[in-house]
Design a protein around this ligand. Structure first.
Ligand SMILES: Cc1cc2nc3c(=O)[nH]c(=O)nc-3n(C[C@H](O)[C@H](O)[C@H](O)COP(=O)(O)OP(=O)(O)OC[C@H]3O[C@@H](n4cnc5c(N)ncnc54)[C@H](O)[C@@H]3O)c2cc1C
Length: 436
């Protein structure tokens, strides 16, 4: 049985930019239900939503260990991608695999577009794609490969040279970029809250309700701090924390990322940037900085990733990482050197050695989806939806696509696990140069 301290949180996330809200009460007492979903990030929220649609007469429990919006979903950078970029360049014989992943992404994006329709302005939903940019020689090589990939897959895009990027974003830092037209930007914590508020009436969400143990049998028994749930079916949407419940111990690892926000920019500061409003830039180097100008006028930069045993960064370490964010910010926006950061945040993402995802039945009536290697808002939504259908015996192209995820590579046990995970994360930064 895991301990409560195994689900730590902090007050550094996008949720801190939102107004306070009353949390749903923790689960207490004994319950008997046909369906339980554990984890209320995009995967669990999508799974619970779809289960409720498929089984309108059934009560569906959704159990979240932390406050809503404090998991990876609410701490992400808010890029809802339609088109994935695959490391290692473009290889013609992988076209079918690229298409499969992009079909999943687009399914998730479409679901999110529909589900956010009622609160699109609250979660700052803006669907105008993003820029993928290169500042260093290594990323420039990736730029050429990425263009070939976009052309081969007939994905709508507009190449941008350094001058066009400067005019658009207000930074002379990048040598080249490409605007990929599909994809949306969101305030991720507002997204999580809005999706939870929009759940059908037969879903009951409990926050601060970590599942501490699963006892096998029919029904399954879930042990919580002050309660117990007996459930026929269980959907686990717990991201990198599945190993805490005894699953995927040798397949799933975690990477801790961090970034910072400026305060809201003044009119003059905003005018010193380019013509575009509310934009996002992804680096063409896998370890490069993710950059956003948010609809509420903040610049946001995320550029560190490290192995930290699946934990958020403690205050002192986060402060040291903020110096790295600051250096990258001032290099990109020297005209805004006087603008302070308002705060820094960290978040943890589930990764696998071969960058695959997890989908399907684990054992008995336990189903699991997760581990999206830093790109899970659209994909997690699609995986959660498909998993709810699959667990009820459904068949569809989306389910097939999710099931066709490659098997995850094996991760050795501790202490090799820690060394291997640290090296895997560090490899992301090799050759990052000016893209950091
Ligand atoms: C800093 C950062 C930036 C990112 N940026 C992007 C981005 O821009 N675009 C993108 O697509 N992806 C991004 N990602 C990745 C993305 O956030 C994740 O892939 C996605 O949110 C995963 O969703 P999920 O629902 O599977 O997991 P999560 O959002 O992590 O949700 C899992 C939930 O399960 C809960 N939980 C765990 N164990 C238990 C338990 N035993 N009992 C009850 N509850 C439990 C957790 O508290 C958590 O809330 C980023 C990730 C990070 C960390």
């Amino acid at each position: 049985m895991i301990r409560d301290v195994d689900f730590p949180s902090d007050r550094h996330g996008w949720a801190e930019l939102l107004q306070g809200r009353p949390a749903r009460p923790p689960l207490t007492g004994a319950h008997r239900v046909p369906w339980t979903v554990v984890g209320a990030g995009v995967t669990g929220l999508a799974a619970a939503h779809r289960l409720a649609e498929l089984h309108p007469g059934a009560e569906i429990l959704l159990l979240e260990a932390r406050l809503l919006g404090q998991g990876a979903t609410g701490r992400s950078s808010g890029f809802v991608v339609a088109t994935s970029r695959f490391g290692g360049g473009f290889t013609a014989d992988k076209i079918e695999s690229y298409r499969r992943v992009n079909r999943i992404n687009r399914a998730g994006l479409e679901l999110l577009r529909t589900r956010t329709a009622g609160f699109a302005s609250d979660c700052l939903w803006r669907e105008d794609g993003f820029v993928h940019a290169a500042a260093d020689r290594g990323a420039m090589r990736e730029y050429d490969r990425f263009l070939r990939y976009l052309e081969a897959l007939e994905i709508a895009h507009t190449p941008l040279d350094a001058a066009a990027l400067r005019a658009r974003l207000g930074t002379a830092h990048y040598r080249a970029g490409v605007h990929v037209h599909g994809g949306a930007l969101v305030q991720p914590a507002a997204l999580a809250r809005g999706l939870a508020d929009g759940l059908p009436g037969n879903v009951r969400l409990h926050e601060e309700s970590p599942v501490l143990a699963i006892e096998r049998g029919a029904p399954l028994t879930l042990r919580l701090r002050e309660g117990e749930v007996r459930t026929d079916n269980l959907i686990l949407a717990v991201n990198y924390e599945a190993p805490k419940l005894g699953l995927l111990r040798r397949r799933l690892a975690a990477s801790t990322l961090s970034g910072s926000f400026t305060r809201a920019l003044s009119d003059d500061e905003l005018a010193s940037l380019g013509s575009a409003r509310d934009w996002g830039v992804l680096s063409l180097h896998g370890g490069g900085a993710t950059l956003r100008l948010t609809a509420d006028r903040r610049l946001c930069l995320r550029n560190t990733a490290e192995y930290n045993g699946g934990a958020l960064l403690p205050e002192a370490r986060l402060a040291r990482r903020q110096a790295i964010h600051r250096a990258a910010f001032e290099t990109r926006f020297p005209q805004l050197k006087h603008v302070p950061f308002e705060f820094a945040w960290s978040g943890v993402e589930g990764i696998s050695r071969n960058a695959t995802n997890f989908f399907g039945r684990q054992a008995d009536t336990i189903y699991l989806a997760g581990g999206y290697n830093g790109s899970g808002l659209s994909r997690g939504t699609a995986f959660g939806t498909a998993l709810a259908e699959y667990a009820g015996g459904g068949q569809s192209r989306l389910i097939e696509d999710c099931l066709n995820s490659a098997p995850a590579a094996w991760i050795p046990p501790r202490p090799f696990l820690d060394i291997g995970a640290a090296l895997t994360v560090r490899a992301r930064f090799r050759g990052v140069g000016r893209d950091r």
